[in-house]
Ligand binder design. Structure first.
Ligand code: NAI
Ligand code: MG
Length: 505
C-alpha cells in the first residue's frame, strides 16, 4: 500500500510523533531486535471506523516463530534472565507499569485507532489497567515460594528434609485477541515475567499496534533480549506454529472456543501445558427488589461496554416480571442515546466493531434473531455505510433455543427475558455451555449471596458489573476454558512444582 496517500484520515487526530510511528512499517521484536519477517512479507492493519489502512506490519509465520522460540529458550537457559534476582525482576516489571502510565495518552490513542474503541475508554480503562497489572505482578516476583513438608513414609522422624521449589514452567507461547489488545498483552506478560518464564507473544492480526509499542517500552525497561518476543502475523500460520512448536513448554490462549479446541489438539502432541480463556454468554439477573435505576445502568454497561466485545458481557438479561417492562424500556432508552462514531472523537460513546469479519458475524446473528422471531426494541441492524458499526440492540420475545440466546454474539446485542419463578430462572441462567461471569441485582443481601453460590460462573458481580482488578482471579466454568487469569491464581499457570527430598540422618 502507499501509506502516505491511502492512510486513514483519523490519524490526523494523533500527535505527529505517533503519525510518524504509524507511517513506518513495523517490525517484530525478536531477541531484543526489531526484525522483518523471514518471508519479507508485511500485512496491512485497518482502521475499523473508516475501513482504511492505518499501518503496515511484518507478517510473521512459522519461520519467525521458530527463531523467536529459540531466542526465548536461549534467554531462559543461557541469558542474564536466570541470574537476575527476584527483587530486580520485580523492579523491572514495575518499571514497565510506570512506562505505560508515562505513555498513557499515546497508548490510548493507538488503541482507539487500531481497535475502534472510544479514546476515553482506552484512557480510563485499558491503559491504566494494563499498567496496574504490571505493578501488581511486580510484587509477586519476590513471593514465589515453596513449602517444607513433613513426610511419614519410610522415614523415622527427622530422617528426611522435603521441600518444594516453584520453578518457571519454561518457554511460554501466548496468543491473544483484539478486544483489549494492550490489556490482554499485560494479563499474559505480567505473570510470565513475575514467575521468571520467557515468552513468545503472538498478538491478534486485527490489532497488533499497541503491543509493538509496548515492546519498545519493554526494551526501555531493560528487559533482556529474548525474554519477550512479539510476533505479528495470522492465527492459522504464526499462531498455529506457536501452539504446535515442540520447544514451547506452555501455551496461554485467549480467544474463541473454536480455536481454543485447536490449541488443545496442537498441544496434545507433546502434552504441553495449556491455559485457555474463551467465550461466554453471561446471565445478568435483576430481582424485583433491585434499585431499578442502578440496575438499568448496570445492564446497559454490562452489554454495551467495548461495543459488546467482552467475553464476560452480560448478554442474557433476566428481569423479574414485575419490573421487566420498566427495565427493558430503560436499557433501550440508554441504547438509543449511544453516540456511535470514530473512537478518537470526543463525543463518541461507542466505536465500530473491530473488523469486517466481526461486523458480518454480528449482523448475521441479528438476522437470525429476527428470522427466529425475536423482536428488537431498539437497534437490530448495522449503522452507516462506512466503518464496522452496529447499533446497540435489545431483543425480547426470545426463547432458549434461539441462536441469539445460546451462542456468543460478541457484539452490542442484549437478549432480555422476564421471569417469575426464581428457581426456574436460575436453571435457565446456568443452561449454557459457558460459565464465565454473572450479575445479580437486588437489595436483599442474603438472597444475593444465595444466588451467587448457585451460579456456575467464575465471576459474580453483586449490584455491579465489569469490575476487574489485577488482584482478582478471572476465568470460567465449563467451556470457558482452563485456569484463571490475574490474581495469585494465575501464577500456577506459569510454575512447575519440584519436590526435593534430602536424607539428613
Ligand atoms: P480467534 O480465536 O480466531 O483469535 C484469537 C487469537 O487466536 C488471535 O491472535 C488469532 O490470530 C489466533 N488464532 C486464530 N486461529 C488460530 C490457530 N488455528 N492457531 C493458533 N492461534 C490462532 O478469534 P476471532 O476469530 O478473532 O473471533 C471469533 C470469535 O471468538 C468472536 O466473535 C468471539 O465470539 C470470540 N472471541 C473471544 C474472545 C475472548 O476474549 N474470550 C476474544 C476474541 C474473540
Ligand atoms: Mg478466528
Amino acid at each position: 500500500m502507499n501509506i502516505a496517500t491511502d492512510i486513514s484520515p483519523t490519524i490526523d487526530r494523533v500527535s505527529s510523533a505517533l503519525q510518524e510511528w504509524l507511517a513506518t512499517p513495523r517490525s517484530m521484536l525478536i531477541n531484543g531486535d526489531w526484525v522483518k519477517a523471514e518471508s519479507g512479507k508485511n500485512f496491512t492493519v485497518y482502521d475499523p471506523a473508516t475501513e482504511m489502512p492505518l499501518a503496515s506490519v511484518a507478517e510473521g509465520d512459522s519461520a519467525d516463530i521458530d527463531i523467536a522460540v529459540r531466542a526465548a529458550r536461549h534467554a531462559l537457559e543461557q541469558g542474564p534472565w536466570g541470574r537476575i534476582s527476584p527483587s530486580e525482576r520485580g523492579r523491572m516489571i514495575h518499571r514497565i507499569g510506570d512506562l505505560i502510565l508515562e505513555n498513557l495518552e499515546e497508548l490510548a490513542q493507538l488503541e482507539s485507532l487500531d481497535n475502534g474503541k472510544p479514546f476515553s475508554v482506552a484512557r480510563a480503562a485499558d491503559v491504566p489497567l494494563a499498567a496496574d497489572l504490571f505493578h501488581y505482578m511486580s510484587g509477586w516476583a519476590t513471593k514465589i515460594e515453596g513449602k517444607t513438608i513433613p513426610i511419614s513414609s519410610l522415614a523415622a522422624p527427622g530422617q528426611y528434609h522435603t521441600f518444594t521449589r516453584s520453578e518457571p514452567i519454561g518457554v511460554v507461547g501466548q496468543i491473544i485477541p483484539w478486544n483489549f489488545p494492550l490489556l490482554m498483552a499485560a494479563w499474559k506478560l505480567g505473570p510470565a515475567l513475575a514467575t521468571g518464564c520467557t515468552v513468545v507473544l503472538k498478538v491478534a492480526e486485527e490489532t497488533p499496534l499497541s503491543a509493538l509499542r509496548l515492546g519498545e517500552l519493554l526494551l526501555e525497561a531493560d528487559v533482556p533480549p529474548g525474554v519477550v518476543n512479539i510476533i505479528t502475523g495470522f492465527g492459522e500460520t504464526a499462531g498455529a506454529a506457536l501452539a504446535a512448536h515442540p520447544d514451547v513448554n506452555k501455551i496461554a490462549f485467549t480467544g474463541s472456543t473454536e480455536v481454543g479446541r485447536m490449541i488443545v489438539q496442537a498441544a496434545s502432541r507433546d502434552l504441553k501445558k495449556v491455559s485457555l480463556e474463551l467465550g461466554g454468554k453471561s446471565p445478568n439477573i435483576i430481582l424485583g427488589d433491585a434499585d431499578i435505576e442502578s440496575a438499568i445502568q448496570g445492564a446497559t454497561d454490562s452489554i454495551f461496554f467495548n461495543q459488546g466485545q467482552c467475553c464476560n458481557a452480560g448478554s442474557r438479561l433476566f428481569v423479574h416480571e414485575s419490573i421487566f417492562d420498566q427495565v427493558v424500556e430503560g436499557v433501550s432508552a440508554n441504547a438509543g442515546k449511544v453516540r456511535l462514531g470514530v473512537g478518537l472523537d470526543q463525543d463518541t460513546d461507542m466505536g465500530p466493531l473491530v473488523s469486517a469479519v466481526q461486523h458480518e458475524r454480528v449482523t448475521e446473528y441479528l438476522k437470525s434473531g429476527a428470522e427466529e422471531g425475536a423482536r428488537a426494541i431498539t437497534g437490530g441492524s448495522a449503522h452507516g455505510d462506512r466503518g464496522y458499526f452496529v447499533k446497540p440492540t435489545v431483543l425480547v420475545e426470545t426463547n432458549p433455543s434461539m441462536k441469539v440466546v445460546c451462542e456468543e454474539i460478541f457484539g452490542p446485542v442484549l437478549v432480555a427475558n422476564p421471569f417469575k419463578d426464581e428457581d426456574a430462572m436460575l436453571k435457565e441462567a446456568n443452561n449454557s455451555i459457558y460459565g464465565l461471569a454473572a450479575g445479580v441485582w437486588t437489595s436483599n443481601i442474603a438472597k444475593a449471596h444465595q444466588i451467587s453460590n448457585q451460579l456456575k460462573a467464575g465471576s459474580v458481580w453483586i449490584n455491579c458489573y465489569h469490575v476487574f482488578d489485577a488482584a482478582v482471579p478471572f476465568g470460567g466454568y465449563k467451556q470457558c476454558g482452563w485456569g484463571r487469569e490475574m490474581g495469585q491464581a494465575v501464577l500456577s499457570n506459569y510454575l512447575e512444582t519440584k519436590a526435593i527430598t534430602a536424607r539428613i540422618s
